[in-house]
Design a protein around this ligand. Sequence first.
Ligand code: MTE
Ligand code: MO
Length: 499
Amino acid sequence: MRAARRRAWPIAGVLAGGAGLATSWFAAHALAAKDDPVSAVAEQVIVRLPGGTAEQGISWFGHHDKQVLVATVVVVVAAACLLIGRLATRWRMAGVTGFAMLAVVGGLAVAAQPGTGARDEVPVVVGFLTWVGLFSVLADPTREPTADGEGRRFWLRAGAVAAGAIVVAAVSPAVGRARRQVEAARSALRIPGLRRPTAPAGADLGLAQPWATPTRDFYRIDTAITPPYVDPAHWRLRIHGLVDTPLELSFDDLLARRRTDAWITLNCVSNPVGGDLIGNAYWSGVRLRDLLAEAGVQAGADAVLQTSDDGWTCGTPLAALTEGRPAILAVAMNGAALPVEHGFPVRTLVPGLYGYVSACKWVVDLEVTTMAKAVGYWILRGWAVDGPVKLASRIDRPRSGATVSAGRYTVAGVAWEQETGISAVEVALDGGPWQRARLGRVPSVDTWVQWSVALDLDPGSHQVVVRAIDRDGTVQTSVRRDVVPDGATGWHQVSFEAS
Ligand SMILES: Nc1nc2c(c(=O)[nH]1)N[C@H]1C(S)=C(S)[C@@H](COP(=O)(O)O)O[C@H]1N2
Ligand SMILES: [Mo]
């Protein structure tokens, strides 16, 4: 009888565990804590993984890498709670001890997150108390089971705990006060002079993906599970280091300055050949060249170490910020304030450099320094110090594995070589001769260019491959290289059927 009841203890462990995660999540939202414990653990896993592993995860799981990681943490916690429940059948103190150990891990992860304080530990304490309290209710070692009704009573309680946990977890996001406040501040913002952009005439060939990437479709890459919620009223940017006059700017100071609008294509170094970690948007912001000139860069400086509100860093060569290209502190994307996920209220954009060395979101600090000292987040994890975007091209039409109708068919895609520009794109069908593609128009070398070429297809299996040639005459290399350490190379090839 007693043994039968104790068999339910691992289940009690898992249920108490899930309920504790739910209440701690709720507390994190209600208190507008910097991070909930599960996200903090997941982020610490990202931070502490050996170089490359995290970005490898990105390429395996695409945009869902973080959901996968958070889900993994939850599953590991559930397994630990199951074990705690089992151990408790033999050892009375297993519950308190085991849950305390889990809570310490969560507490340490929260503490290790940048900018967290004692207040951010409250959700961990709430979760721990829930674990211990509910476990002792569900698996009470002092109560003797009496009759058959005892088993039913356990399942009633278990059901109530499970239902309660689901409700608490479900309502948590609604109480995400920090998010709501910042979203409210964002929608109340009026940035004068913004206009909804339309793609320049002739840029969009209208065959595949839009030339101008809609904001909602723009890829997102960062190490933050929950993005930092930065209120523009409290945002400050420090420009300091090797400068004559250190500057501290508020958001209004930034808005008061002259702005540049530019179409800029942003690339992730983790984008594999043919991948979609690339997007083209209309960005509005203040030129870094002007701000750096105002601060007065001193001799000997050759880099800027950028720091985000969430502690992420990147080192950018000074020349990329001061020479011709429009390197900007952006306040708007596609004619609207930056979305929270894309760096609200201010982020950096430097055309021609991969995001990991240039495109700091939620930027709060620019330290003028030397490349030797400007060692950013991904450099510490084995990625290359220099991140110029590589000459590349991609086929968007047809999709790999598609079946299209035989006869005349137009293959289309994009190509890019920022700084230099694209002069030609060539396509080869089934190992045949290279055929020149038609190119869409571009406003500058800072964006990708669309291309298309009409082919005659016999019924059957086909392969099409693309390569780009830049304005210096350099032909895109066919050598296949992985994204680590400085970006993938190789020609994109697509296999498809015609019928
Ligand atoms: N604060 C912060 N900024 C960041 C990152 C980050 O992890 N944290 N990731 C960088 C990387 S690797 C890329 S590719 C771009 C992606 O910007 P997006 O998410 O707006 O597309 O942001 C960059 N800026
Ligand atoms: Mo990236």
